[in-house]
Design a protein around this ligand. Structure first.
Ligand code: CDP
Length: 230
């Protein structure tokens, strides 16, 4: 059997991971898989059902029972459709109350255990560009290429603020910045699978580069790393 390629892209919120991964996957003909969607989906269901996001047992039960499907986009403005138990929740998982709570849910060991298992199965099914916080460190430690995309918190908050305005959300830049700082702290400080570059990751700073520049740089890295199937 020929070897499949895995490209892992980790990094903090709004560092440009998703755009890079989507473009890279399109260019290479690989599957694009954004693992953050799964943590967001569980958080949305917890909020909708009035479940306390700090209740580890209840959140773990959700992660073990809720069905999350990621399908090709049904609208041009989307990267993919997200179905939760069959219902389209693609926009809802991006709302600010999910943003504000997702890192608490993602710190729950039971939730991570259930979702990591599913992510690994998808990751091993073919050539894939996989995005998240712990792909290179925990989910796919044998990935062929590991990237860690970073940018300053101010620049990342500015990008997220512009996205939210474009989607008609009424938000203040300083609130977005505060929420991003909080999420960074929770993601980097948690005991299980904290956000950090893998020892063998290539760290890229997207503050000083355009989307195109980052994409070209990564495509060069992929070409250099391309190994003949054994
Ligand atoms: O799009 P953005 O970078 O804001 O966030 P995301 O990638 O959708 O991830 C949302 C949250 O899920 C993160 O802040 C993490 O708390 C969590 N997450 C995680 O813990 N591990 C992953 N592999 C992916 C996301």
């Amino acid at each position: 059997m020929s070897k499949t390629m895995t490209i892992a892209i980790d990094g903090p919120a709004a560092s440009g991971k998703s755009t890079l991964a989507k473009n890279l996957a399109e260019d290479l003909g690989y599957l694009y898989f954004d693992t953050g969607v799964m943590y967001r989906a569980i958080t949305l269901v917890a909020l909708e059902r009035g479940i306390d996001v700090e209740d580890e047992e209840a959140c773990t039960a959700l992660a073990e029972s809720v069905r999350i499907d990621i399908e090709p986009p049904s609208e041009e403005r989307r990267l993919y459709d997200v179905l939760i138990d069959g219902d389209d929740k693609t926009w809802e998982i991006r709302e600010s109350d999910v943003d504000a709570n997702v890192s608490v849910v993602a710190a729950c060991p039971g939730v991570r255990h259930a979702l990591t298992r599913q992510q690994r199965r998808i990751g091993l099914s073919g050539d894939v560009v996989m995005v998240g916080r712990d792909i290179g460190t925990v989910v796919m430690p044998d990935a062929d290429i590991k990237l860690y995309l970073d940018a300053s918190v101010e620049e990342r908050a500015r990008r997220r603020f512009i996205d939210m305005l474009a989607q008609g959300e009424e938000v203040e830049l300083e609130d977005v910045l505060a929420s991003m700082r909080m999420r960074d702290q929770l993601d980097s400080g948690r005991d299980v699978a904290p956000l950090k570059p893998a020892d063998d990751a290539i760290v890229l700073d997207s503050d000083k580069k355009s989307e195109e520049e980052v994409l070209e740089e990564v495509k060069r890295l992929v070409e250099e790393n391309q190994v003949e199937p054994s």
